[in-house]
Design a protein around this ligand. Structure first.
Ligand code: NAD
Length: 269
């Protein structure tokens, strides 16, 4: 199905990648892009913004006008903006794909309300590979009992300011769901000094930092005599944009609801 895609936050790191990817994707057209008032990008041609030839559509701060003409809007901005955009999606009956992270519970509630009227895909990690890994981890954790120790190791570039990564936590949650336990109770986030033996049923985390690593995650299932290791390595942020564009195509044909990347990939059936 052909679709006109709007990109809010089009001059951001993800926004630029998305503009480029939509322009290069058959069957999708670019409806426009927005940035907030005061942004240097306002008035620039969207093609030129990503190093392509001019396409005759400029960056504006008029999000309402974009929602009025787009079939689906992709949002990788900031939580405050995403909430406003979700309200516009309802007003203009426009589907959304939301990658913005860090929404507070009241902001998340606005998205849930909006999803009663329009179709929204929301995921903290839009990578197809990570979504598949989560699904595998949940399934394995359910099959292997607590004789199997689960450890999650992640590595990111040295400039990352939080640990463990959001994706490592998501993988930990998937393991906890598979085991029918709560990550708050089962998670072990630090080990230093005389820690004592590993407690049965815990899910351990280790975070490594260095260099320019985009994001590596390994989930280890270790038992007496054997070990399974599942690893995902990201070498480019384009995986998030690719997943978001795949979600945009998918959401165009969906009824109202709040969907995840698992739904997009058919992993929830
Ligand atoms: P960024 O700061 O480079 O880009 C954000 C853009 O949004 C900026 O250009 C900013 O001007 C714009 N913006 C802010 N308010 C706006 C408004 N009201 N209207 C229009 N544009 C507005 O950040 P980024 O690295 O592109 O990440 C953006 C968000 O996406 C973050 O929350 C990040 O954590 C998240 N993210 C999610 C995934 C995923 O897979 N879900 C992947 C990467 C990043």
């Amino acid at each position: 199905m052909a679709g006109a895609v709007g990109i809010v936050g089009c001059a951001g790191r993800m926004g630029r990648m998305l503009v480029q990817m939509v322009l290069e994707t058959d069957g999708l057209t670019l409806a426009g892009g927005t940035e907030p008032a005061g942004s240097d990008a306002l008035g620039q041609d969207l093609g030129a913004l990503v190093g392509f030839a001019d396409i005759g559509i400029t960056v504006t701060d008029d999000a309402a006008a974009l929602f009025a003409v787009a079939d689906v809007v992709i949002d990788f901005t900031i939580p405050e903006a995403t909430v406003q955009h979700a309200r516009l999606a309802v007003a203009h009956n426009t589907a959304m794909v939301i990658g913005t992270t860090g929404l507070a519970p009241d902001q998340q509630a606005v998205l849930a309300d909006a999803a009663q009227h329009v179709a929204i895909v929301q995921a903290a990690n839009m990578s197809v590979g990570v979504t598949v890994l989560e699904s595998l981890v949940q399934r394995l954790a359910g099959v292997l009992d607590e004789d199997t120790d689960i450890e999650i190791v992640e590595m990111h570039h040295g400039a990352k300011i939080d640990a463990p990564s959001g994706t490592a936590l998501t993988l930990g949650k998937a393991a906890a769901v598979g085991r029918d336990v709560s990550l708050d109770e089962a998670g072990v986030f630090t080990r230093h000094g005389r820690t004592g033996a590993r407690a049965r049923g815990t899910i351990g985390f280790a975070a490594l930092r260095g260099g320019d690593v985009v994001g590596d995650h390994t989930v280890i299932f270790a038992s007496q005599g054997e070990r399974i290791e599942l690893t995902h390595k990201a070498s480019s942020r384009t995986i998030f944009a690719k997943g978001a564009v795949r979600a945009a195509r998918w959401v165009l044909t969906q009824p109202p609801g709040l969907y995840s990347m698992h739904d997009v990939l058919g992993l929830t059936a």
